[in-house]
Design a protein around this ligand. Structure first.
Ligand code: AMP
Ligand code: MG
Length: 408
């Protein structure tokens, strides 16, 4: 393994975490606070605006965890007990008659006076319908205590929580029919490049189909953003300036392409003229060139145009920015350590995100890791992170970021 932190070309590259910290700082400074109230069924992917505090005990009363018999443990002396009532889920039982037991079903309230439930498998119903228990009984057994999950006044979900099916289910269990969420982030998506043609049209000489547009638009929609599809921008300053000027009422202009070194960078020129531009050379592969700035006050993130670069920089930089704009605290994807199932003999000066798959508990990588090859990501389940200046041999531990973590 090479010594880490070797000086050299990497000195001029910005580490990914520095770029992310800067982006998150900007997001914090322009945090969206407007909110809307939505029915619970429609909050998926959105961000909770206020703390959700319980107004209920859960469960609201002690209930049975089993189908069986409720009784007072001390009443069982070996003499079979009469069944004095039957309690189904959804019913309100009478207090238990002393010296008897109650037939009870899962989820039904435990009658007052009973302190345990015995499962029906450990109960013998005698010919006279009285019940004999075959095991020792312990007070509290098979009873779900009132408030064991949640008590009134407890903080259940803090403001800034991203809502998904589990949070929706939890809010429903507390009786919430609606929730206040941060309004949708409005994102305009621009694809730049004279070579781009939309699918469905014939390809001319030198042309390729625009894949970033639909990739980003779908991804943003999944994230709960409002997407303004601003189409393809030709490599031309006048049109670039005019088109950017039309995108006033958005929180972010997200463009792809046109940021490669040496290219006539019209987006950059427009930002310099009527806003502000930071051109970052990131220590990331695929990726590297990334633009951040604003045009007439509207924030702009310019991602590199190669589709795998677009994917990686969106996942690791633009997505966290968009989540933080809505107040999400934990914006970085979960990384898990797995053994590498491959060798990586040549250390690079940029942190690599290899399109990878888990096979028998090891990460294997797609054969072609070129930044232009989107197929690598369709094959993959995730990204393996190879730190700067590192080589690997199979069996070394690497971080793996599941694509499912970042794709919503
Ligand atoms: P650029 O940053 O504009 O130099 O683009 C880098 C590479 O990505 C070039 O090969 C472009 O043709 C390609 N590219 C840029 N934008 C897109 C796009 N929207 N869809 C597919 N490929 C693209
Ligand atoms: Mg281009």
């Amino acid at each position: 393994m090479n010594p880490a932190g070797k000086p050299g070309k990497s000195g001029s590259l910005m580490p990914v975490e520095v770029a992310l910290a800067r982006l998150l700082e900007m997001a914090d400074a322009s945090r969206i606070v407007e909110r809307e109230r939505l029915p619970l069924a429609r909050v998926e992917g959105r961000v909770l605006a206020d703390d959700l505090v319980s107004t209920l005990d859960l469960p609201p009363w002690p209930n049975s965890a089993m189908d069986g018999y409720a009784l007072r443990a001390a009443d069982w002396t070996g003499e079979p007990l009469v069944v004095s009532q039957k309690v189904f889920a959804g019913q309100a039982p009478d207090a238990l008659m002393p010296g008897t037991c109650a037939r009870i079903f899962t989820g039904a309230p435990v009658p007052a006076g009973a302190d345990c439930v015995e499962m029906q498998e450990n109960a013998d119903v005698q010919a006279d319908e009285r019940v004999r228990f075959t095991e020792t009984l312990t007070p509290g057994q098979n009873i779900r205590a009132q408030g064991q999950e949640t008590t009134v006044g407890e903080l259940i979900l803090p403001a800034g929580t991203r809502l998904g099916p589990i949070e929706q289910g939890l809010a429903a269990s507390l009786g919430c029919a609606e929730l206040d969420v941060i309004r949708k982030v409005r994102v305009a998506v621009l694809s730049t490049g004279d070579e781009l043609v939309e699918p469905g049209q014939a390809l001319g000489p030198g042309q390729i189909y625009n894949s970033n547009r639909v990739l980003l638009c779908s991804w943003l929609q999944r994230m709960g953003c409002e997407v303004i599809d601003a189409g393809i921008l030709p490599d031309d300053l006048v049109t670039t300036r005019a088109r950017l000027g039309e995108l006033k009422d958005v929180d972010l202009i997200l463009s792809t392409g046109g940021v490669s070194v040496g290219e006539a960078d019209f987006l950059g020129i427009a930002l310099r003229e009527e806003g502000e531009l930071s051109l970052w050379k990131l220590a990331i592969k695929p990726g590297k060139p990334l633009t951040f700035g604003h045009f007439r006050g509207v924030p702009v993130i310019g991602l590199p145009g190669n589709p795998a670069s677009t994917l990686v920089t969106f996942a690791l930089l633009a997505r966290p920015y968009l989540l933080r704009l809505q107040g999400v605290k934990q914006v970085e994807p979960l990384k898990v350590q797995v053994p590498a199932g491959f060798d990586w003999p040549i250390a690079g000066n940029r942190r690599e995100y290899l399109r990878a798959r888990l096979e028998n508990g090891r990460a294997i990588i797609y054969k072609n890791q070129s930044s232009g090859v989107l197929r690598s990501a369709a094959w993959a389940d995730g990204l393996v992170e190879v730190p700067e200046h590192r080589t690997l041999i199979a069996g070394d531990s690497v971080y793996f970021i599941a694509l499912s973590e970042v794709l919503s």
